[in-house]
Write a protein that binds this ligand. Structure first.
Ligand code: 0CH
Ligand code: SF4
Length: 316
C-alpha cells in the first residue's frame, strides 16, 4: 500500500544552543584532561540521552557537592549554581569547572549589581528550577522575591516600591514574560530591569520558529525532556499559535501514532538541550509511515559560540 503523503515542517533554529554546546564540550574536555571519573553537579543539560552518553564516557552525575569526592574535578551544570556552591568547592580545595551558560552568568551579575546599588530584586522564573535557584542564590537568602505569574505580581510584598529591580530566567515564554513585566511596571513604575527581559537569543529564536510553523501544522512534536523548561515552553507556544496537537517527545518511541492518524502536515522542532540525532530519529520514524516531504521553516540564522573556560584550554 502506498504511504500517505506528509509535509514535515522542520523548524530552524532548533536544538542545541551555544550554551548547551559549550557545557557538553566542557564535560568531554574535562574527561580528556583529568580522566574518569569527573563529577557533574546536576544534569549538565536537561536531556537523558546527553547525560547517558557522558556517563558512558566516565562522568558521574550527582545533585549535591557532598556527593563528590574532594579529590576529583566537579563541573557545574549549564543552568548555574548559587554562589555558595563554588565557594564551598573552593573551601574544600576541589578542582571545579563552571559550565553555567555565559548568558545565565550575565543575569547573575545583573542581580548582584542591583543588590549592591541597594535595590530589592524580583526574579521572574519557575520555582524549584535550577536556574532560578542559582540566580536567586547569587544574593543572600530572602533578598530575591520570586514571581511566576501576573497574579503573583499583585500579591508580592516589597520593602520599598521605589527601589526595585527585576531579572528573569533565560528560558521562559517570551509572551507570558512580557505580560508579567508589564504587570510589574504597572504596579512599580520605578522598577529597574533589562530592556525587555533576560530571555536568551536561543529561547527567543526557537519560539519564533514555532510561531511560524505551528499555524500550518496539523500536529507538532517538540523533541525534548520533561524537565527541560525551554522545551516545554515550545509546546505551549505551538498550542497557543494554533496547532491543535502539540506534544513533547523524548525520542521516536514516545510518538503516539494513533493521535497522528489522518494528519497531512506535521511540525518538528527540538529544545535547546535535545541532540539532533533524536530529531533525525523522529523524522525517520515519519518516513517509515508516510511519504515525507521536508520543508524548512527558518526564521533566524544563529552563529553564536562560547569559549570553554581557560582551565580546559591550558595544557595539562
Ligand atoms: O530549559 P532548561 O533551563 O530547563 O534547561 P535545558 O533543557 O537543559 O536547556 C539548556 C538551558 C540551560 C540554561 O539556560
Ligand atoms: Fe544559554 Fe540560552 Fe542555551 Fe540557556 S538556552 S544555555 S541561556 S544560550
Amino acid at each position: 500500500m502506498p504511504k500517505p503523503p506528509l509535509t514535515l515542517y522542520l523548524a530552524a533554529p532548533r536544538g542545541f544552543c551555544a550554551g548547551v554546546d559549550r557545557a557538553i564540550k566542557i564535560v568531554e574536555m574535562a574527561l580528556q584532561k583529568w580522566g574518569a571519573p569527573v563529577y557533574v553537579r546536576h544534569e549538565i543539560v536537561h536531556n537523558r540521552y546527553v547525560v547517558d552518553g557522558l556517563r558512558a564516557k566516565g562522568a558521574v552525575f550527582v545533585e549535591d557537592l557532598d556527593d563528590c569526592p574532594p579529590d576529583r574535578p566537579v563541573i557545574f551544570s549549564a543552568h548555574g549554581v548559587p554562589k555558595a556552591v563554588p565557594a564551598e568547592a573552593s573551601r574544600r580545595r576541589m578542582i571545579f569547572v563552571d559550565a553555567t551558560c555565559p548568558l545565565v552568568s550575565k543575569v547573575h551579575i545583573e542581580a548582584a549589581r542591583h543588590h549592591e546599588n541597594g535595590l530589592q530584586m524580583i526574579m521572574i522564573g519557575h520555582a524549584g528550577h535550577p536556574e532560578t535557584i542559582g540566580t536567586m542564590g547569587q544574593l543572600p537568602e530572602g533578598e530575591v522575591l520570586l514571581v511566576e505569574t501576573v497574579e503573583d505580581v499583585a500579591a508580592v510584598r516589597v520593602r520599598d516600591p521605589a527601589r526595585l529591580a527585576f531579572v528573569t530566567q533565560t528560558t521562559l515564554s517570551v509572551d507570558d514574560t512580557a505580560d508579567i513585566v508589564a504587570a510589574l511596571k504597572a504596579r512599580f513604575p520605578a522598577i529597574v530591569g533589562p530592556h525587555k527581559e533576560d530571555i536568551c537569543y536561543a529561547t527567543t529564536n526557537r519560539q519564533e520558529a514555532v510561531k511560524a510553523m505551528a499555524p500550518k501544522a496539523d500536529a507538532m512534536l517538540v523533541v525534548g525532556a520533561p524537565n527541560s523548561s525551554n522545551s516545554k515552553r515550545l509546546v505551549e507556544v505551538g498550542a497557543r499559535a494554533g496547532c491543535a496537537y502539540a506534544q513533547l517527545v523524548q525520542r521516536a518511541t514516545d510518538i503516539d501514532w494513533r493521535a497522528l492518524e489522518g494528519i497531512r502536515t506535521v511540525g518538528v522542532t527540538a529544545g535547546a538541550s535535545a541532540p539532533e540525532d533524536l530529531v533525525d530519529e523522529v523524522i525517520d520514524a515519519f518516513r517509515d509511515r508516510f511519504d515525507v516531504t521536508v520543508e524548512l521553516v527558518e526564521t533566524a540564522v544563529e552563529n553564536v559560540e562560547f569559549k570553554v573556560p581557560r582551565i580546559l584550554r591550558e595544557p595539562a
